[in-house]
Design a protein around this ligand. Structure first.
Ligand code: ADP
Ligand code: MG
Ligand code: MG
Ligand code: MG
Ligand code: MG
Ligand code: MG
Length: 712
C-alpha cells in the first residue's frame, strides 16, 4: 500500500473536475524529480518483500473461523511494541520489522525493518526474518486469533451465517454490496472513498464473476441461491438480476472481494534507471508463470471456483471504467476506450536496450496524448513517455481537499496518486524525494503462501533470477500480447499442469539463430563464460566455459553488476542475426520453463536450461560455501517440485481438502464447518504440527518445530 495521506477526501462529483489538475501536476512533479535523479547511479542491490496476513478469529464453541476486524487495535499494539523496542535498543531499530494497514480490516502487512542485500548469505536469513514477523504478529493477537497467510478467505461475503467477528450485515453506503458490510473496509477515509468513487465513476457496482467449479452435484446451470436477488435496499441491488451476475459463476459486487486478497510482493532497487528498466522488462514474461506456480486462491464467497488464483478477481474488483471506456457504448463523455482495468497485466516494455525490439510492444496502448507530448518535449524517451502517458489515462480516484495545491518541486503526491492506483504485475518506482532510495522495480503477481518457508523460497528464487538476468544479460523478451495470453492461461484450474505458456526459446542475450542442439550447447557454454567475463565477445566459447571461478575476480553479486553492457552486446541488436519475432518463442509447460527442456534431436527447444538452471549457473559463478548452497538449494527444490508436480500448489491442497471433507456434498459449497476445519488444519501445517507430504517437503514439519524451539 502506498502512502496514506490525511485529510478530507472528495466525493466523486467534486474529485472528477480535478482530474486534469492532478494529472498535469503529477507529470510536473515527475519531470521535476527526473531532472534531479535521471543520472542517479551506484545504488546498491537492495530488496525487500511484503507479506500480507488475514487475522482469523476462531470460535471453538460454534466451530467457526471468522475474520477478525481488529486491524486498528492490532496495528496500534504492534506500533507500541515497535516504539518500545526502539527505546530499548535504538541501534537495532532498523532490524525490527514493521507492520502496515491494508484495504481489508481483517488484513495486516509486514515488511522487513530494512531492505536485505543480495549476498547468498543474506538470502539465507530471509526466512528467519519472515518467521520473526509472523511470531511478532501472532504474539500481539488475542488467544483465539491467528495470522494466516491465505490469499483468499473462502467464506468472505457469505450470507447464510456471519463471516466476521463481530457479526455484521451488508448494508454499507460505500460498497452498497449485497454481501460485504462496509465494516470490512479499513476505516481510514481513503478506503471507503476509493470504494465509493470507483462505483460512482463506473456508474454501477463492480461486477466480479468467477466460474464456479462444477462438482458432481453442482446444479447446471448454477443459479446462486445465496444471492439476495430481490433485495431493494439500494438502487444497485437490481444489478444482480439485470445481468451483472452471470449464471454458472460466483458473483461478487464489491472492491473488498479483490483488495481483500493477500499477496506476496518483492521490490528490488537497481543501480540506475536503465538497469531498473531492464529488470522491469525481463520480469514481465515471468509474471504469469509465477502466478500459476504460486496459485493459492480457489475459493470465493463460500464456493469452489474453477480458477486457482486471485488476479482476475482484483482486476474486476477495482474496474472503474465507464460503459463508454469498456467499449459498450459510443464515446460521448469519456475520453477513450480502455482495453484493461487499472489492475491488470503490464502493457508495454520500457527498456531502451536494443534487445527490446519494437515488435514486442504489440498491445494496444491508449495514452494521454497531451501528457506524452509534454514528456517528450521535456526530453523523456518515447518508451518511458508511453509508459507514463498510459498510466495517466486513468483518473485520480481519491483527492484530499487539503492536498489539491502542492509545490511540484518537492511533492510527488499527485504523481503517486495515479501511479499507485495503477496496479499491474510490475511497478516501476522512481526514487522518492529525500535521496536515500534509488530506482526500484516491484514484482507483484505472486500469491502469498501458507508458510514462511514457501514465501522465502519464492522470494529468494525471484531475487536470484534477477541476479542471473543482470549477471548473464539474459533475454526473456516475447511479444507482450503473448504475455497476456499466458496471463489468461495462468488462471485455469491447475494451470501449472494443464496449460502451456509462451516463452523465449533462446534466453541468452547474444543470440544468433541456431536450430541444432550443438548450437544451443555452445550458446549455453558461451553464457556460462559471460558469468565470469561480464563482457562477452562474439567469439567467446567453449574454452572459457569452465573458468568461471578463476576468472571471476568478484565474489558477490554486488560487484558483478558494476559493468555496463559492452558494445559487443549492443552491436548484436541491430545485426541480421535477428530473425522473425515469431521464431523466437514457443510454447512450454511450466515444468519446462522452470526445470528445463530435455535434450532431444526432435525438439528445437532442446537445451532450454530452465529458470532454475539459470539460477544455479549464477550460484555456480559465485563462491558460495557448501552450507549456503545447501540452504538455497532447499528453496530452489521447492520451486522445482511445485513446477514438476511432485508437490501440489496451495490451491490444489485447498480444493482437495474441501472435496475430501466429510461434510462436503460435492455441490461446490464450502460450509462454515469445512472452513473452520480447514483453517485449523492450515494453521497446524504452518506450525509443523501435522505433516502435509503432498504439499510441503518431508523435512518441513521437523524444521519448523526446531525453529519454534530455538525461538522460545
Ligand atoms: P508498497 O506497499 O508501496 O509496495 P512498502 O513500503 O510496503 O511499499 O514495501 C516496499 C518494500 O521495499 C519493502 O519490502 C521494503 O523492505 C523494500 N525496500 C525499502 N527500501 C528499499 C530500497 N531502497 N531498495 C529496495 N527495496 C526497498
Ligand atoms: Mg500490501
Ligand atoms: Mg506495502
Ligand atoms: Mg502497494
Ligand atoms: Mg496492496
Ligand atoms: Mg507493494
Amino acid at each position: 500500500m502506498g502512502l496514506l495521506s490525511l485529510g478530507t477526501p472528495l466525493p466523486w462529483p467534486e474529485a472528477k473536475p480535478l482530474a486534469d489538475h492532478v494529472r498535469s501536476h503529477g507529470i510536473s512533479q515527475f519531470l521535476s524529480l527526473w531532472s534531479k535523479i535521471k543520472d542517479r547511479k551506484g545504488d546498491k542491490l537492495l530488496w525487500g518483500d511484503e507479506i500480507e496476513y488475514m487475522v482469523v478469529s476462531f470460535d471453538e464453541n460454534k466451530q467457526e473461523a471468522l475474520l477478525s476486524l481488529r486491524q486498528a487495535e492490532i496495528l496500534q499494539v504492534l506500533a507500541n511494541s515497535h516504539e518500545q523496542a526502539a527505546s530499548q535498543a535504538p541501534d537495532m531499530i532498523d532490524e525490527v520489522p514493521t507492520f502496515h494497514p491494508e484495504y481489508g480490516r481483517f488484513m495486516l502487512e509486514s515488511t522487513p525493518g530494512k531492505p536485505y542485500g543480495c549476498t547468498s548469505k543474506e538470502l539465507c536469513k530471509v526466512e528467519a526474518n519472515m518467521r520473526r514477523r509472523r511470531r511478532i504478529a501472532r504474539s500481539h493477537l488475542l488467544p483465539h486469533e491467528v495470522p494466516i497467510t491465505l490469499t483468499s478467505f473462502p467464506r468472505l461475503g457469505v450470507t447464510d451465517s456471519p463471516f466476521t467477528d463481530p457479526p455484521l450485515e451488508a448494508k454499507g453506503e460505500a460498497s452498497r454490496s449485497l454481501f460485504l458490510p462496509d465494516e470490512v473496509i479499513n476505516p481510514h477515509a481513503r478506503f471507503p472513498t476509493l470504494t465509493a468513487n470507483i462505483r460512482r465513476r463506473r456508474g454501477a457496482k463492480v461486477a466480479i464473476n468467477m466460474p464456479v467449479f462444477h462438482d458432481t452435484n453442482t446444479p447446471r446451470p448454477f443459479i446462486d441461491p445465496s444471492v439476495p436477488w430481490n433485495r431493494t435496499l439500494f438502487p444497485e441491488d437490481a444489478e444482480a438480476g439485470q445481468g451483472a451476475a452471470l449464471p454458472d459463476h460466483i458473483y461478487m459486487d464489491a472492491m473488498g472481494f479483490g483488495m481483500g486478497c493477500c499477496c506476496l510482493q518483492v521490490t528490488f532497487q537497481a543501480c540506475s534507471v536503465s538497469e531498473a528498466r531492464s529488470i522491469y522488462d525481463q520480469l514481465v514474461p515471468v509474471g504469469p508463470i509465477m502466478l500459476a506456480l504460486t496459485a493459492a486462491s480457489p475459493a470465493y464467497r463460500g464456493y469452489l471456483a474453477d480458477v486457482d488464483c486471485r488476479w482476475n478477481v482484483i482486476s474486476a474488483a477495482v474496474d472503474d471504467r465507464t460503459k463508454e471506456e469498456l467499449g459498450l457504448e459510443p464515446l460521448k463523455d469519456s475520453r477513450m476506450v480502455m482495453p484493461k482495468s487499472r489492475y491488470d497485466s503490464v502493457d508495454s516494455y520500457i527498456s531502451t536496450d536494443p534487445l527490446n525490439r519494437p515488435e514486442y510492444n504489440d498491445n494496444p496502448l491508449p495514452v494521454d496524448e497531451g501528457i506524452k507530448e509534454r514528456l517528450e518535449a521535456n526530453g523523456i524517451d518515447p518508451l518511458l513517455s508511453n509508459h507514463l502517458a498510459h498510466l495517466f489515462i486513468r483518473d485520480p480516484l481519491v483527492i484530499f481537499s487539503e492536498m489539491v495545491d502542492q509545490d511540484d518541486e518537492v511533492s510527488m503526491d499527485h504523481f503517486e496518486n495515479i501511479q499507485s492506483t495503477n496496479w499491474q504485475t510490475m511497478r516501476f518506482k522512481p526514487p522518492p524525494p529525500g535521496g536515500q532510495i534509488g530506482w526500484r522495480v516491484e514484482f507483484r503477481p505472486m500469491e502469498v503462501q501458507l508458510t514462511d518457508f514457501e514465501n522465502a523460497a519464492f522470494s529468494v528464487f525471484i531475487v536470484l533470477l534477477t541476479r542471473a538476468i543482470l549477471s548473464f544479460g539474459l533475454n526473456f523478451y516475447i511479444p507482450i500480447s503473448k504475455v497476456d495470453v499466458n496471463m489468461k492461461r495462468a488462471h485455469h484450474r491447475d494451470a501449472v499442469h494443464t496449460q502451456k505458456y509462451y516463452f523465449r526459446k533462446d534466453v541468452y542475450r547474444a543470440k544468433p539463430r541456431h536450430h541444432t542442439r550443438e548450437a544451443s550447447v555452445a550458446a549455453a557454454a558461451r553464457n556460462r563464460s559471460t558469468a565470469s567475463s561480464r563482457a562477452p565477445s562474439p567469439g567467446a566459447g567453449q574454452s572459457q566455459s569452465n573458468n568461471a571461478r578463476q576468472t571471476n575476480g568478484h565474489s558477490t553479486p554486488n560487484n558483478q553488476r558494476a559493468a555496463e553492457p559492452s558494445p559487443a552486446r549492443h552491436s548484436r541488436a541491430g545485426s541480421p542475426d535477428f530473425g522473425p519475432v515469431e521464431e523466437e518463442y514457443d510454447e512450454f509447460t511450466i515444468d519446462e520453463i522452470i526445470n528445463g527442456v530435455k535434450d532431444s534431436d526432435q525438439d528445437e527447444r532442446s537445451g532450454f536450461p530452465g529458470l532454475i538452471g539459470l539460477v544455479y549457473n549464477y550460484l555456480d559463478s559465485l563462491n558460495v560455501d557448501v552450507e549456503t548452497h545447501y540452504e538455497l538449494g532447499l528453496y530452489l527444490d521447492l520451486v522445482a517440485a511445485r513446477a514438476n508436480g511432485s508437490l501440489i500448489t496451495t490451491a490444489t491442497w485447498i480444493r482437495n481438502y474441501v472435496r475430501s471433507h466429510p461434510e462436503y456434498k460435492f455441490d461446490s459449497r464450502i460450509t462454515g464447518k469445512i472452513n473452520y476445519d480447514m483453517m485449523k488444519k492450515l494453521d497446524e501445517i504452518e506450525r509443523g504440527i501435522v505433516e502435509a507430504p503432498e504439499f510441503l517437503p518431508p523435512f518441513y514439519a521437523k524444521r519448523r518445530q526446531a525453529t519454534a524451539e530455538t525461538e522460545k
